[in-house]
Design a binder for this molecule. Structure first.
Ligand SMILES: Cc1cc2nc3c(=O)[nH]c(=O)nc-3n(C[C@H](O)[C@H](O)[C@H](O)COP(=O)(O)OP(=O)(O)OC[C@H]3O[C@@H](n4cnc5c(N)ncnc54)[C@H](O)[C@@H]3O)c2cc1C
Length: 385
């Protein structure tokens, strides 16, 4: 229990929950209907220092462990909000922190920490290659002091609300490298000044501010290359455990919100002269979702502890992401059923959260790819792709 308390950061949870109280369900509902961006909420989180939780103190951040960032995001979701608008600001900067030059860190991290520079966009997925990242086609060709970038990305979330984009592009053709994953590089694109960049929003079933992004002879200064040319795939992989654990924490927050709402409604809604929650047929799906959430949360805590201790945690991060996303979906399903017809009414917010939490079985990595990881890397089964 002591270990769990240590990791669960009760003060941070309480403070984030207080901040979220200023952004009630009506705020999120209106944004959802307009497919708007929660600029005021993101500003408040930034101002309170939460989006800089993982930036070391020497660069103006809070220097907190990943478990603290997880507590922040879980609390946002558990209060009914949608942290997807800003969660990437917490972890994309990890690529600069781990692989950037001292000059790049000094230039970008303090501004990201104080919120004057937004690094919210992560351009990896492409229309033709999808999950098969190493087959991406966007090319960055060195020309003097610049790279010239041509190609496109899809599902680049928050591109319209970010100053910088961390872009993964091919700098050496696949045919000229030994391993398919070689020859990819990470470039920091300043979208405020970039020419030849077109952003086109994609309307989706939930409010996620995702976009198509097109590059046509877009010049990026070579000094914006992060790390060594050709090693970008490795750098992206390095950041994935943190991303998966944080998304898992968001799913736990969603599950807790669904379960709390279901329990409250099942107690207060009276049909046939008694609370609907008195029926086992109503109780059991909520109780099962709770048990599922607690099991997933326990695995997430293990993953966070391993990550914060600097231990390998690819298996835990992947499994936690999958199980937490399944737990939030099960809790969402129980919530819809518990609320009967009202589960579908916008004013109850269940349908909104139901749509929002469904994403996490597909992005940032789909369940099948997690199972492939476990099969290959944990169980020693043949690689399936
Ligand atoms: C709202 C939203 C936001 C996103 N944000 C970002 C972002 O900010 N940046 C970014 O780079 N990407 C982002 N993504 C992209 C997301 O990571 C991809 O959608 C996801 O990785 C799947 O890629 P795909 O859509 O091309 O599906 P595909 O690769 O076409 O896969 C389709 C289905 O086939 C399955 N499949 C494919 N190959 C295999 C295999 N070998 N074995 C078993 N099953 C397989 C997949 O699991 C999936 O279920 C976002 C996506 C969405 C929907």
């Amino acid at each position: 229990m002591i270990e769990k308390d240590h990791q669960s950061h009760p003060e941070i949870r309480a403070a984030v929950t207080r901040l979220c109280a200023d952004f009630p369900a009506s705020y999120w509902r209106a944004l959802d209907q307009a497919r708007g961006y929660p600029a005021e909420f993101v500003a408040a989180l930034t101002q309170a220092g939460y989006l800089a939780a993982l930036i070391p103190e020497e660069f103006g951040g809070a220097g907190l462990p990943l478990s603290a960032a997880a507590a922040i995001l879980e609390s946002v979701q558990a209060s009914g909000g949608n942290g997807a608008a800003c969660h990437a600001q917490m972890y994309i900067m990890g690529t600069i922190l781990r692989h950037g030059s001292p000059a790049q860190k000094a230039r970008y991290l303090p501004q990201i920490a104080e919120g004057t520079l937004r690094l919210q966009a992560f351009g990896v997925t492409e229309p033709s290659s999808g999950t098969d990242t190493s087959s991406l086609r966007t090319r960055a060709v060195r020309d003097g002091d610049d790279y010239v970038v041509n190609g496109s990305k899809v599902w680049t979330s928050r591109a319209e609300h970010s100053d910088l984009m961390l872009l993964l592009a091919r700098t050496t053709p696949q045919a000229a490298v030994e391993r398919r994953t070689d020859g990819l590089s990470t470039l920091l694109v300043d979208m405020r000044t970039a020419k030849g960049l077109t952003i086109r929003p994609i309307r989706t079933m939930m409010n996620h501010n995702s976009c198509e992004v097109f590059f046509e002879n877009m010049r990026v200064p070579a000094e914006n290359l992060i790390g060594v040319e050709g090693k970008g795939f490795r750098y992206i992989l390095d950041g994935m455990n943190a991303e998966r654990l944080l998304i898992a924490a968001e799913c736990i927050g969603d599950a807790k919100w669904f379960i709390a709402r279901s329990s409250a409604y099942a107690n207060e809604r009276v049909v046939f002269g008694r609370p609907i929650g008195q029926n086992q047929g109503v109780q059991f799906p909520i109780a099962r979702a709770y048990a599922q959430m607690r099991a997933a949360e326990a695995l997430l805590q293990q993953g966070l502890a391993a990550y914060d201790a600097g231990q390998p945690c690819g298996d835990l991060a992947n499994m936690a992401k999958m199980l937490c996303a399944e737990a939030s979906w099960a809790a969402g399903e129980a919530a819809i059923q518990t609320h009967g017809g009202y589960g579908f009414a916008e004013d109850y917010d269940i349908e909104r959260k139901f749509r929002e939490t469904r994403l996490y079985q597909v992005a940032p990595v789909s369940t099948n790819l997690i199972l492939s990881y476990v099969a290959e890397h944990v169980l020693g089964l043949p690689r399936s792709y």
